[in-house]
Design a protein around this ligand. Structure first.
Ligand SMILES: Nc1ncnc2c1ncn2[C@@H]1O[C@H](COP(=O)(O)OP(=O)(O)O)[C@@H](O)[C@H]1O
Ligand SMILES: [Mg+2]
Length: 369
């Protein structure tokens, strides 16, 4: 029986679909093939509108659920064509889908991901596991982050304390300490605010290499003002989506900041520093004796951000997960391939010491197959 699984992921950056084939037949999971399907500007805008409260949401969401089901399916077919593998070689797809809301706190907390798995099955013919987060939320957990179990399989070391840092729209860390259970949480923004601000100022989708941030100098008072956000000092478990750290948040902070008129590149530099400082603060608290920080997600390509992180975390090795043998761009998609495997094996996918759930549970449902 094949041990090849496909993971499909679209994160809070709304940049596009990450699709990966992962082989679980060896001691460590191996990336076999990968494919990225970018969202065109107009589509990204439509999707973005659904992440905000608005009118006639149910109709728009219902249609988008089907559209994303098709788009995820076609990304899967392109991935298969690229790999040269027949669909019969794949055991199952793990599809995270697209998050539209994440409200993990309070009575009737909920999290909502769309991307119709029925449509995925009907086009690809491959059994699909989806709806990964809600079983954890039903157990009182945050429903996030879910990648730490996969990080543990890939990177846990018997001697060394290691941190895995994912720099997506939001940043999350996993602490792998051989002496204690895995922990992890969302530290706050990673690329989201950087993308939003450069888009407002220069119309670009992202700050390539961090060049725009590099042109400005950090405004320390503004940075301190950003860091006063209560989320940063909340104890874990905690997670956040597009709800907290978005343009509205940034405008509110800028409005409340009574500093002199700030140049756009100064705000960009200060936002890059906010990501680096909030991540470093979380790592120093949660893993004071970490030997290394293994970085994945799109933020690894932002050289300026990586340099800021290295400065903020002296005495630790901070580098791309490629240095530890796994391509940083496909870690999250691969994590959902792993979660699909866990589901098919009826094994728990969540880690209660991470999400705060009452117990470890099997995550997701199976469509087709
Ligand atoms: N070359 C680059 N330079 C700067 N930032 C980059 C680069 N490549 C990717 N990114 C950042 O990574 C983000 C995508 O990261 P990703 O891990 O896919 O996040 P998500 O999981 O939220 O979709 C982009 O929105 C962008 O901000
Ligand atoms: Mg992405």
């Amino acid at each position: 029986m094949s041990n090849l699984y496909i993971g499909l992921m679209s994160g809070t950056s709304l940049d596009g679909i990450d699709a990966a084939i992962v082989d679980f037949s060896q001691a460590k999971p191996q990336l076999v093939a990968s494919y990225f399907e970018p969202y065109e500007k107009k589509f990204k805008e439509q999707l973005f509108l659904l992440t905000q409260p608005g009118s006639n949401e149910i109709d728009r969401m219902g249609r988008m659920d089907r559209i994303l089901g098709e788009r995820f399916a076609y990304a899967t077919l392109k991935l298969l064509a690229k790999s040269g593998l027949p669909k019969s070689a794949i055991r199952a797809i793990g599809s995270h889908g697209q998050a539209l809301r994440h409200r993990p706190v309070g009575a009737h907390a909920f999290t909502l991901q769309i991307t119709d798995p029925n449509t995925l099955v009907s086009i690809t013919g491959i059994p699909t596991v989806s709806d990964f987060r809600r079983a954890d939320v039903a157990q009182g957990g945050q429903g996030a982050p879910l990648a730490p179990g996969f990080h543990q399989v890939l990177f846990a070391d018997p001697q060394e304390v290691r941190v895995v840092l994912n720099l997506g729209g939001i940043a999350n860390i996993t602490v792998l300490d051989p002496r204690s259970p895995v922990t992890g949480f969302d530290t706050g923004p990673a690329n989201r605010l950087l993308d939003d601000w450069i888009h407002v100022c220069l119309g670009k989708s992202h700050d390539e290499g961090g060049a725009f941030a590099q042109q400005g100098s950090v405004n320390e008072a503004l940075l301190a003002h950003f860091l006063e956000e209560p989320y940063f000092s909340l104890p874990p478990p905690k997670s956040t989506g597009r709800e907290c750290f978005d343009l509205n948040w940034l405008y509110q902070k800028l409005d409340a900041f009574s500093g002199a008129q700030l140049a756009p590149e100064v705000v960009q530099a200060t936002l890059a520093s906010l990501t680096a400082q909030s991540v470093a603060q979380a790592i120093k608290q949660a893993a004071p004796d970490a030997a290394c920080v293994i970085v994945c997600g799109g933020g690894v390509h932002n050289h300026h951000l990586m340099a800021c992180l290295k400065t903020a975390l002296p005495g630790r090795v901070v580098g791309s997960s490629a240095q530890w043998g796994f391509d940083p761009d496909w870690m999250e998609a691969a994590a959902f391939a792993w979660l699909a495997k866990r589901r098919l094996e009826n094994q728990p996918g969540n880690i209660p010491s991470v999400t705060g759930a009452k117990k470890a549970v099997v995550l997701g449902g199976i469509w087709g197959g």
